[in-house]
Every structure is written in structure tokens, then in C-alpha cells.
Ligand binder design. Structure first.
Ligand code: V0D
Length: 253
């Protein structure tokens, strides 16, 4: 299952990775893994496993394209409704992924982070992720954020509760409260809002992902299922973003 980081390039050696107008923060809803497996008569777990390989390819391409933050929606609060054996399989993936790829991610100066309610995850999952976060905390290359047991409405409600607590304690003034201060109470505090959201797998909805943070984000939807999503398709989405920016940038700036 191991895929070395730098021999999966499907493009020509001479390919030039454009840098101008590259989205700084790309968020991805990695949908279509279960369907990919079912389409080939395989158990859904096989699709999730294949989805891991796609993460490796896309992380590598994000690094080469000088994307600064990549946020991947790996497990939503709604995913608990799936069959127990599928959940059990998915929850083993972070530890497996990190046991294989953490050394290469460290070598690539990647900083790993996570958003969502980690407390509900099994100990071995939390422990592996926590270790990776600590081990990569000083890196200043690509920030790789995994959204795990994440739900945006829960995030917003939770932020609001903490914020009101601070207001009641007199730490914060209700009259002076602004959007930036509120953003500071979200899991994504300190991280620039996504410039580009990609959703694979054909559905055109947000599914409770980063509702506040996506207010001004460009969206790219594709029918391609996550295990089939390639470097070429990712670069295409980045290119479409660059074109949209160019079209509106001159008028707005
Ligand atoms: C399943 C497709 C890597 C989406 C990719 C627990 C669904 C494979 C991770 C991972 C999942 C998470 C944190 C981390 C390192 C790796 C992962 C989940 C699902 C949810 F620090 N793949 N992956 N996490 N899938």
C-alpha cells in the first residue's frame, strides 16, 4: 500500500507548476470513496483505503504548487450513522497513514493539524494524530489540516457559547464584537479562510463543512470520485481558480 512520495508524478518532468494567483488555502470534501468501491464490486473499505493514496498524491501536488494550507474533510459528525464495521475501518486510517507517511511529511516540512471534536475519537486515533501535530509543530511548509468528527454548526454554536462566556466575564465587549474576533473562537482560529473549495464525488452541497469560513470562497465541483481524483484534475481546479481570480481581480482591485 506504501506509495513513495516522489515517484507518483504522472506529469512530464519538465512540467512547470504555476505560482501566480495560486490559492493559498484549498479545502477539499473527499467524497465518493464508498461508491468507487461499490462500482467495482469491492467492499466500501477498499474505497477508503484507495482514498488514502489520493491524499498522498494531492499533498505532493499541493507542495509543488506552493499551496500554503490544505484542509481535508475526512470524517463528519454525520459519518457516525454508517455501519459499525465501516466506521471502525475508517478510524484506523489516521494511525496507519501516519505510521507510513509521517517521516516523509516531516522531510517535506509539512505541518499537520486537525479540526473537529477529537474527544469522540478512539484513543489510538487521537494519540497518533496528537503525536503528528506535536512532531510537526515547528515546520513551516504546507499546513495539512484534517477535519475529523467535524461539523460546522456545532463549531459555530460552540464558538458562540465560549464567546458569550468571555463577554459575561468582561473579557470581551459585546458592542465592539466583530467578525474577526468571532473567527478567533472557531477551530480554524488564525488560519486564513479557504480560497478554493473542491468537492469530488458529484454532490453539490457543503454538508456542514466550514459554513462561516467559506463565505467568499470559490467552489469547484467535480463528478470524479475521490479515489480517481488525480494530480492533473487538482491542477485543473487550481488553474480554473487562477482564471476566475484574473477575471474579477482587475475590477475589484
Ligand atoms: C477515509 C478518504 C487519512 C476519505 C481518505 C478518521 C475517507 C481516507 C486520514 C488521516 C480517511 C487523518 C488524520 C491524520 C492523518 C491521516 C484519514 C479519516 C478518514 C477519518 F492526521 N485518510 N483518512 N482520516 N479516509
Amino acid at each position: 500500500m506504501k506509495i513513495p512520495f516522489f515517484n507518483t508524478n504522472q506529469l512530464e518532468e519538465s512540467f512547470h507548476y504555476p505560482e501566480d494567483n495560486t490559492p493559498e488555502h484549498v479545502a477539499i470534501i473527499m467524497d465518493g470513496n464508498g461508491r468507487w468501491a461499490e462500482n467495482q464490486g469491492l467492499p466500501r473499505a477498499a474505497g477508503h483505503q484507495e482514498g488514502v493514496s489520493t491524499i498522498v498524491k494531492i499533498v505532493k501536488t499541493a507542495i509543488k504548487s506552493k499551496v500554503k494550507v490544505l484542509t481535508l474533510y475526512a470524517f463528519s459528525t454525520e459519518n457516525w450513522k454508517r455501519p459499525r464495521h465501516e466506521i471502525d475501518f475508517i478510524l484506523k486510517l489516521p494511525k496507519e497513514f501516519l505510521s507510513i507517511y509521517l517521516p516523509e511529511l516531516i522531510a517535506q516540512n509539512v505541518r499537520i493539524d486537525a479540526i473537529g471534536d477529537m474527544n469522540a475519537l478512539p484513543f489510538f486515533t487521537r494519540e497518533a494524530i496528537q503525536h503528528a501535530i506535536e512532531r510537526t509543530g515547528d515546520n513551516d511548509g504546507l499546513q495539512l489540516n484534517f477535519a475529523l468528527n467535524y461539523g460546522s454548526r456545532h463549531e459555530i454554536l460552540n464558538a458562540m457559547k465560549t464567546m458569550i462566556g468571555d463577554i459575561n466575564k468582561g473579557k470581551l465587549s459585546l458592542d465592539e464584537l466583530n467578525e474577526q474576533q468571532f473567527s478567533g473562537y472557531l477551530y480554524t482560529a488564525g488560519v486564513k479562510d479557504p480560497d478554493l473549495l473542491i468537492r469530488t464525488g458529484g454532490e453539490k452541497r457543503l454538508s456542514n463543512f466550514l459554513l462561516w469560513q467559506l463565505a467568499y470562497t470559490e467552489f469547484w465541483f467535480t463528478d470524479v470520485l475521490w479515489p480517481d481524483f488525480s494530480e492533473k484534475e487538482f491542477l485543473h481546479a487550481l488553474e480554473k481558480y487562477r482564471q476566475r481570480e484574473r477575471r474579477y481581480g482587475g475590477i475589484l482591485k
